[in-house]
Structure formats: structure tokens, C-alpha cells
Design a protein around this ligand. Structure first.
Ligand code: GLU
Length: 305
């Protein structure tokens, strides 16, 4: 039988904040609620070297330890796993499901503007497919997933999946997202490919993460299917909103949580628990508070063994 395995996968672009702690706590509880054999892993997603800050991965791990959120195996770092992603890209190329693309952002914008399509989906561009038929002597800048090509072989264009909290979700990836990037020519692996390869390699069965990532899930399921990997169970947690009603994030300056004393770490955990609909803990320190939430988590989110 597969070992239930969950993970927390922070990008080391800043310290843990109230929002990322919700995802950490939720993924930990979901694993612990599945019994003693289940595993909770931590993966540092440091592929985007421009946005990652030196020393931040270690800092996040120590903040997690302050909150008594201790992984069951040594954390892995995506920056050291390029060979795995390269193998997956080769596999997709062999299946004719990845192609090189020479278009710059500016070129994509101009072409979309010519077609009367302005920025969609929160500023993300739906790639118009210019390089699908070949580069015509231009220098490649990225590898893209041939969404259209893959989906054409499917019976339904709309990919449906079920979120354990949000219910039925669907997306027509080819039309709503387009041929997404797998690797940029200057080296970095795209989040979509790295996350799919790592979840499979680490034996992850359950993804519990913030609702800001819901929109990525259809792309990840598509890649899992294309690579012949199992589809995972997903639960996207409620977001922590800032005073302006926007999602709290490292980008809009979310304050790092203070975990320097057990009382401070417990206060941060209690705030995260409230977002998840869990009761306030009166425990003295994180290690004593965490087990107290497992039953409530079971009742709310029904994790199956
Ligand atoms: N590294 C991503 C982030 O910090 C999370 C990825 C995931 O959980 O799939 O937003």
C-alpha cells in the first residue's frame, strides 16, 4: 500500500508569513491525521534564483522547527535536482509534447495585441502558439508544453478535478492557459514541471497548499498524465487576506511571523489554525498545541488513510 505522504513546499523568497504558515500547518495536520505511518516532507523550491534570497531556505526550516513542524525526512532543495527535471523534459520531447520557443514577452504581447487580446488571467499571457510549427532559424528562449497537441488526443478538452475543500474544478488548459513554459533558456526550470516531477519522485500522495495555487493544478495534472505519473489528491486552504482585502503574500510585503519564543510561535500557529476553522489552543508551546488540532482537522477535512 502507498504511504500517505504530504509536503510543504515553500519558495525561499522571504521568511514564513501568516499565509505560508497556514499551508505548512494544514499539510502537517493532514498527514498526522492519516496515522503514524504517514510522512510529512519539506521541499525548498529554489529554482527561481532571481527571486530566492540566500540563507532563506535555512531560515524557513528553523521557523518551522520553532513551530514544532518537523519533517519526517531531510528536506530536498529543487536547485540540486536539475537532472530529474531534465530527464522529464527529454521524456516529453520524445513524446513530441515539448517544443522550443523563441518568442520574447514583448513579441507575445504585440501579437496578442494585434489579435485584440489584452492581458488576461491576472496579467498572464496565453501563448499564441507562434513556435509550434518550428523556430524558423530563431534562437530558442524556452521549452513549452504542447498543450494543444496533448489535449487533442483526449476526449474532453476540459480537465476536471476535485478539490477536497472547494469541490469540482475544471479548466480548458489549451484555451485558458495555453502552451506553458517548462524551462527557460537561461536555465531555470519552471515551477509546473519541477513540482510535478518532485511530487512523484518523493511519493507525495496529498497536496495541501494555499488557494492561490488552485489555478496551477489543471496544468500539473496534465503534466502528470503526459509523464505517466499518478494524479494526487488536492486540498487548497483559505487565504489570509491583508487589510486591503488582497491575498497576503511575500510580494506585497507580508510581515514575517515571529517564532523566536514558544509563546510567539504558538500565537502564529493559533492565527493559522483560526484561518483553517480550528479551535484556539490554550497549550503552552507549539509541540503541545499541534496534536490537539488533529481530531478537529479530521472532522473538517476528512483525510482518508
Ligand atoms: N513553492 C510554491 C509557493 O511557495 C508552492 C508550491 C506548491 O505547494 O505546490 O508558492
Amino acid at each position: 500500500m502507498t504511504t500517505p505522504t504530504g509536503r510543504f513546499a515553500p519558495s525561499p523568497t522571504g521568511p514564513l508569513h501568516a499565509g505560508s504558515l497556514v499551508a505548512a500547518l494544514a499539510s502537517w495536520l493532514d498527514v498526522r491525521a492519516r496515522g503514524p505511518q504517514a510522512r510529512w516532507l519539506v521541499r525548498i523550491e529554489d529554482t527561481d534564483t532571481e527571486r530566492c534570497l540566500p540563507g532563506m531556505g535555512e531560515h524557513i526550516l528553523s521557523q518551522l522547527a520553532d513551530c514544532a513542524l518537523l519533517p519526517d525526512a531531510t528536506p530536498v532543495w529543487q536547485s540540486r535536482r536539475g537532472a530529474l527535471y531534465a530527464r522529464a523534459l527529454e521524456h516529453l520531447k520524445a513524446l513530441h509534447l515539448a517544443y522550443p520557443c523563441a518568442c520574447s514577452r514583448k513579441e507575445i504581447d504585440e501579437l496578442l495585441a494585434e489579435r485584440g487580446v489584452l492581458h488576461q488571467r491576472g496579467g498572464e499571457r496565453v501563448y499564441p502558439g507562434t513556435c509550434r510549427e518550428g523556430l524558423h532559424g530563431r534562437t530558442p528562449r524556452a521549452w513549452r508544453f504542447a498543450t494543444e497537441q496533448y489535449e487533442a488526443a483526449r476526449t474532453s478538452r476540459r480537465l476536471c478535478w476535485t478539490d477536497r475543500r472547494l469541490g469540482c474544478q475544471y479548466q480548458d488548459v489549451a484555451h485558458e492557459v495555453g502552451d506553458f513554459v517548462l524551462q527557460r533558456a537561461d536555465g531555470p526550470w519552471a515551477y509546473q514541471l519541477a513540482v510535478v516531477v518532485d511530487d512523484a519522485d518523493q511519493g507525495v500522495t496529498d497536496v495541501v497548499r494555499g488557494a492561490d495555487l488552485v489555478d496551477n493544478t489543471a496544468r500539473q495534472i496534465l503534466l502528470q498524465r503526459a509523464l505517466g505519473l499518478p494524479t494526487l489528491r488536492y486540498l487548497h486552504t483559505p487565504l489570509v487576506l491583508g487589510a486591503d482585502g488582497e491575498k497576503l503574500s511575500k510580494q506585497n510585503g507580508a510581515a514575517p511571523i515571529d517564532t523566536r519564543t514558544p509563546a510567539a510561535a504558538l500565537a502564529a500557529l493559533n492565527a493559522a489554525a483560526r484561518v483553517l476553522g480550528l479551535p484556539l489552543s490554550q497549550a503552552a508551546r507549539p509541540a503541545e498545541a499541534l496534536p490537539g488540532w488533529i481530531e478537529a482537522w479530521r472532522a473538517l477535512y476528512n483525510p482518508r488513510p
